[in-house]
Structure formats: structure tokens, C-alpha cells
Design a protein around this ligand. Structure first.
Ligand code: AMP
Length: 399
């Protein structure tokens, strides 16, 4: 039975999905979804079947998942136990950076892998780990088609003014640009909108992907016009542990007056800032909402404030607004955050229906609200599985 495997390798985690491809023309059907985290220290594997049946929720011996190749081997053992007849014919990888040229998924081979490795300086905290997952999969499935799906690809049609910084032109030419990220999530949401509300999909939409990583994207006709994230995954909204938008003068100050090295600043901005740094408590929104301390409340207030600012800016970039979509762990589940983001937004024609918001309905705006507000659970894995299916079909058609 032909299946696609999806892999999303982070610095110390590996998310995996097994999808049945059937005749290769229909929607890939999820069979197993799982994640191994704390790779290299205290690895733990959690995996479920599509119906929610738990297949694993247990620590792994450290030496069994000492690196991504080891973690992949453990995931494949679990898959083989549960679905012994699954034949993996395609592997789809989430790769954070595709550089300025890739606006669509690509088939991976040694030359492409080298080109993507050359982009590592642009995403040092993600790209090397993504590619470690690719190399592990090449070892495990030498005969399968391997496909890279880029977080940057969805944003490659930005108008130049939202693709550049105000630096000398030579830096743009060298690749110092606003790439934008979370593209797989935005791609999924654009596709869902086309299905459930085609008139909104055709219009001006802001999507707020609010998870541990957070960004916002302005779209017209399902295409990204502007994103809150820029050159790196640090820009825009504050996140679990990342700072979000920052005056570059702060970085100069840290270097010149605090004597911090590049590595120390990187650690500060990526791992010790955002909700965690502001609250001094946690990067986890649920914990902050429950904590009720002044610092936790202020961290949430800053998060909400930046979302509202970005919403105004993106609406101006789009020339108005027809719909706002919430997704990501916080966007999909936090009733209070959605309420606070939408409060007093009548000036833009947006009115939240508090009862619908509390019930977590798909449409949470009032019937009279000119701007529709929706909650759409995102699904990056299915976007990767579809790309793997399509590349496999293209390869077969080419003979
Ligand atoms: P993600 O990275 O998309 O998995 O989102 C993770 C974030 O979503 C964490 O900050 C969680 O605390 C947050 N989250 C998940 N469920 C809820 C909830 N019911 N209320 C508030 N935040 C939530």
C-alpha cells in the first residue's frame, strides 16, 4: 500500500506523519501522527492513530534517539509495528528556508541538498536540523521521492516594497530580504478558505498564526502580499521565547555597551525573550493565562498589542479587510486572546460575537460585522503530504 511520510525536524524534535496515498489522486489520508522531542537528551515519543488511539507516549532510551537518524529509526519501527504493509514511496520534508528563488516545493537530490545547505546562515537555528532530517530519510528510503516544502515559498510573490529593507541595494542582492515564514500554515488556510468561503478567499484576508511561533500574513486572492516575519523567524510578533520586532539599535547597544557576543545575543533573542522573557515564568500561553501574576498579564498585553498593531498595518497594506482568520495553538484555543485582539475594532468594521467566540465556532463575528472573523485549525502536515503526492505523480508521469 503506497504511503507518504512527512517529516518536520526541529533542533531537538522530529514530527512525523504517515499518510496513505491510495491511487495517488485523492486527498492523502492521515494514518499516524507523532513527535519525538528532546532528541539527544531525554527523548520522548508520542504518537497517535488518526482516530486518536494512543500508540506511544513514553520515554525512549537516550542512546536510541541520540540524533535525528536515531529518532527517525524509532519512528519507523513504530510505523512498521502498526502498519506493517505501509510502503513509503514518498517523503515530504518541512524545510524552513528555500531562499529567494523557490516559490514551490522541490524534489530533493544531492545538488539541491547542497544548495539548501548553503542557505543555513540565513536560518541557523532551523535549516541545519531540517536538513539533518532529510539526510536521515535519504539513508532510510533511498528509493523514495524526497520533497522539500519551504516555509518561505508562500511569500515569494510579495511586492518589492515588502520584500526589502532600507539597506543599500547590494544587501538585497545578497539575499538580505524579508522572506516571511509559516508558509505551509498560510497555504493550508488559503486552501480551506477557498473551500468554505470562496468569496472571502478572493478578497483581503489577514491570517494570524498564533502558536509558540507566531506571525501574521496579509493575502489577496489567496496570495501573500505581506508578512510580519522578515529576514529571520524573529521579526514581527513576540512569540513563546522570541522577541518579535526589535529596533536594530538594541542589538548595537547589547554589543557595544553590554559586551555581548553574537551567540549570546542570539540566545537572548531566540530563547529568552518573548512571552517567557516578559513574564519571567513561561513561554506557554495556557500557563500565563492561569498564572494571573502582573508580569504574566503584561506579557499577554504586549502580545495582544503587537497583534493589533500588525493588524492595522497589514490592513493598510491590503487596502482594507474582508476577513481575519485565527489559527495556531493560541489562535485556535484561546478565547480571551481572540476577544482582546478584536476588542474595539469597530473602526475597521470588525465586531466579535462573544457567544460564538466562547463556543469556538468557525465564524465568530456577528452577522452585522463587515469583516468576517474565523477560527480555522491549521494543518501543515497535510500540505507536505499533498506536495509529496504531487511530486510522486509528476515523476511517474514523466516516466
Ligand atoms: P502551537 O505552537 O501552535 O502548538 O501552539 C502552542 C501554544 O498554544 C502554547 O503557548 C499553548 O499554551 C497555546 N495553547 C494551546 N491550547 C491553549 C488554550 N486552550 N488556551 C490558551 N493557549 C493555548
Amino acid at each position: 500500500m503506497p504511503h507518504a511520510l512527512t517529516l518536520n525536524a526541529g533542533s531537538s524534535s522530529l514530527k512525523f506523519g504517515l499518510f496513505e496515498l491510495g491511487d495517488g489522486r485523492g486527498e492523502p489520508a492521515p494514518r499516524i501522527l507523532g513527535e519525538i522531542d528532546r532528541i539527544g537528551s531525554e527523548p520522548h515519543m508520542r504518537a497517535t492513530r488518526q482516530d486518536g488511539t494512543l500508540l506511544s507516549d513514553a520515554p525512549l532510551p537516550g542512546e536510541d534517539a541520540a540524533d535525528h537518524a536515531g529518532a527517525l529509526a524509532r519512528a519507523l519501527e513504530l510505523i512498521a509495528r502498526d502498519r506493517p504493509h505501509a510502503q513509503i514511496v514518498a517523503v515530504g520534508h518541512r524545510v524552513v528556508h528555500g531562499g529567494p528563488d523557490h516559490a514551490a516545493p522541490v524534489v530533493l537530490g544531492p545538488a539541491m541538498l547542497d544548495r539548501l545547505a548553503a542557505l543555513e546562515p540565513l536560518a541557523p537555528l532551523h535549516q541545519p536540523h531540517n536538513l539533518a532530517g532529510v539526510r536521515a530519510a535519504f539513508g532510510a528510503f533511498p528509493g523514495a521521492v524526497q520533497v522539500a516544502c519551504f516555509d518561505t515559498a508562500f511569500h515569494r510573490h510579495h511586492p518589492w516594497v515588502n520584500d526589502t529593507f532600507g539597506l543599500p541595494r547590494a544587501y538585497y542582492d545578497k539575499g538580505v530580504r524579508r522572506y516571511g515564514f509559516h508558509g505551509l500554515s498560510y497555504d493550508y488556510i488559503a486552501g480551506r478558505l477557498a473551500e468554505i468561503a470562496p468569496h472571502l478567499h478572493a478578497g483581503r484576508v489577514i491570517v494570524a498564526h498564533l502558536g509558540n511561533g507566531a506571525s501574521m500574513c496579509g493575502m489577496i486572492g489567496g496570495r501573500s502580499i505581506a508578512s510580519s516575519m522578515g529576514f529571520s523567524a524573529l521579526d514581527g510578533l513576540p512569540m513563546g521565547t522570541r522577541c518579535g520586532q526589535l529596533d536594530p539599535g538594541v542589538v548595537l547597544y547589547l554589543m557595544q555597551h553590554e559586551g555581548m557576543t553574537a551567540d549570546e545575543i542570539s540566545d537572548l533573542l531566540y530563547r529568552r525573550s518573548g512571552l517567557f522573557g516578559l513574564s519571567g515564568l513561561s513561554n506557554d500561553m495556557r500557563r500565563l493565562e492561569q498564572a494571573g501574576t502582573d508580569a504574566a498579564r503584561e506579557a499577554i498585553a504586549y502580545f495582544v498589542f503587537r497583534i493589533r498593531r500588525e493588524l492595522g498595518g497589514l490592513a493598510a497594506a491590503l487596502g482594507g479587510l474582508d476577513a481575519l482568520v485565527f489559527c495556531g495553538g493560541i489562535g485556535e484555543h484561546s478565547v480571551p486572546i481572540r476577544r482582546q485582539v478584536c476588542e474595539g475594532m469597530g473602526w475597521i468594521g470588525l465586531e466579535l460575537d462573544e457567544a460564538r467566540n466562547t463556543r469556538g465556532e468557525t465564524v465568530i463575528s456577528t452577522d452585522l460585522s463587515r469583516v468576517r472573523v474565523l477560527v480555522i485549525p491549521t494543518d501543515e502536515e497535510i500540505v507536505i503530504a499533498r506536495a509529496a503526492r504531487d511530486m510522486l505523480a509528476a515523476r511517474r508521469a514523466a516516466g
